[in-house]
Design a protein around this ligand. Structure first.
Ligand SMILES: Cc1ncc(COP(=O)(O)O)c(C=O)c1O
Ligand SMILES: N[C@@H](CCCC[NH3+])C(=O)O
Length: 440
């Protein structure tokens, strides 16, 4: 059996259980492709993060990076867990507000926030804006003057750390589109400019070095650089850093061979590094904020697909096609990301062959899993791809005019539909006729 499946995840009928719910019943009730979250697992991870701060007695915020997965129920869950959120667009801000999430617990990120987005954020009373570039400082200056409001800001820096991860998801290296450059002194110009802004209250510094990182070294290096910068700013500008936000990026296990540290262990090291360095440099330990996305929702998410066509290429391989693919999970095609799947209607049956699991999209690269060991399958069987909770649905598209899947939260044997399956009518509604007239 796949080692990522726990013994209590097998029902008496030998079906996969997610959040106490039988995956086959969920597929029948809600259809496939279906994204299912084990809610208890999300809560547990959130608590594990909170506990590591409490054990180390530091002020903190666990700010969930909602780009990993955002819907109304998820925002409400984070609010219930006393978390903050990281938002990166007007859409995320509006949906979170609509869900009842407090604007004061949001941090707004982005390398090209628009005037409209910044205005929305300021009007809503956003907690923090992470300043990313000089243009943004000017824009925000105008908006705050117009609105006669003030706001807390963090300065996002690129610390010059190349994290060991896929090139597309590195963000801390010097050659990056995000943040103020540390090496060239841009960060100092940014601080001076922001300190002169009467309506901006500079809370501290932010750095995010990338995503799906397994090594501690990058986090230690970034933490040290942040503290060193805080110490220098204290000396040179008499500026006291109240918050160090070290971003997210804690790597998770996707396939059985992955051996990442527990996400909270990354955070323990970050806290200890910051504490030690601040002590050495005679600084007060600031509040430490983290922005985990993937580690909170990734392992808790499963995508259920129905098996359809099969193609056997003699002497080469067999393709097993499912009813979703790159439209609901672009990560394999975009990053070469690896996943594992189990046959949800027989998770314990021994594998009898290796197949390539293909999606249904008109694209040769629409392969979900290159090589999956699997028992004998037949059309109508349900496959569960594991660890799809982060950057799956949130990066979903309507390619080939396929609709986005439904999402179910499963907890203690109860399944709640939290996002309904898109319908083609949802897409049709956006269109006008060839002559520009309204469609009837
Ligand atoms: C600024 C910022 N914070 C947090 C995250 C979340 O990263 P992850 O999902 O890897 O934890 C990202 C995405 O990489 C990000 O850009
Ligand atoms: N979308 C990426 C992560 C991007 C992180 C956003 N800053 C992934 O699936 O791995």
């Amino acid at each position: 059996m796949n080692t990522q499946i726990r013994a209590n995840q097998i029902s008496e009928a030998n079906h996969l259980i997610i959040g106490g719910c039988d995956a086959i019943s969920l597929a029948k009730e809600f259809g496939t492709p279906l994204v299912v979250y084990d809610v208890a697992q999300i809560k547990q991870q959130f608590q594990d993060f909170q506990e590591v701060f409490q054990e180390n007695a530091v002020d903190y915020a666990v700010s969930y990076a909602s780009k990993a997965f955002a819907n109304t129920a998820m925002y409400q869950l984070v609010q219930k867990m006393n978390g903050h959120i990281d938002v990166v667009s007007a859409g995320e801000i509006q949906l979170a507000l609509h869900a009842g999430f407090s604007a004061s617990q949001m941090t707004f990120h982005g390398n090209n926030k628009s005037r409209e987005e910044l205005t929305l954020a300021v009007k809503a009373g956003i907690g923090v804006i992470a300043l990313d570039n000089f243009h943004e400082i000017d824009l925000l200056h105008q908006i705050l003057a117009e609105q006669q409001r003030s706001v807390d800001v963090l300065l996002r820096i690129t610390p010059g750390i190349s994290a060991h991860t896929h090139e597309y998801i590195q963000t801390g290296q010097v050659d990056s589109k995000f943040g103020f450059d540390l090496e060239s002194g841009q960060v100092d110009q940014a601080l001076q400019k922001a300190l002169q802004e009467p309506n901006m209250n500079v809370l501290g510094i932010h750095a995010h070095i990338g995503s799906q990182i397994f090594e501690l070294a990058g986090f230690e290096g970034a933490s040290e650089k942040l503290v060193d910068l805080a110490a220098r700013w204290q000396r040179e500008y008499d500026f006291e850093t109240q918050v160090l936000n070290v971003g997210g990026g804690f790597g998770i296990r996707y396939v059985s061979d992955d051996q990442p540290l527990a996400p909270q262990d990354f955070v323990a090291t970050i806290i200890q590094t910051i504490k030690k360095r601040t002590r050495t440099l005679g600084l007060r330990t600031p509040a430490i904020w983290i922005e985990p996305g993937r580690s909170i929702v990734g392992p808790a998410g499963y995508t259920l697909y129905t098996v359809g066509a099969r193609k056997d290429v003699p002497g080469i391989r067999s393709y097993l096609a499912v009813d979703g693919g790159m439209g609901d999970n672009i990560r394999p095609a975009l990053y070469g990301a690896a996943y594992e799947a189990v046959l949800a209607n027989k998770p314990e049956a021994p594998a009898s062959e290796i197949v390539r699991i293909a999606g249904k999209y008109c694209e040769s690269g629409d392969i979900l899993i290159q090589e999956q060991a699997i028992p004998e399958t037949k059309p109508g069987d349900i496959i569960a791809v594991l660890n799809t909770g982060a950057y799956g649905y949130s990066m979903a598209s309507n390619y080939n005019l396929n609709v986005k899947p439904a999402i179910v939260f499963a907890e203690g044997g109860r399944a709640t539909l939290v996002t309904r399956r898109e319908r083609i009518e949802d897409i049709e509604r956006l269109d006008f006729n060839l002559d520009g007239s309204q469609r009837s």
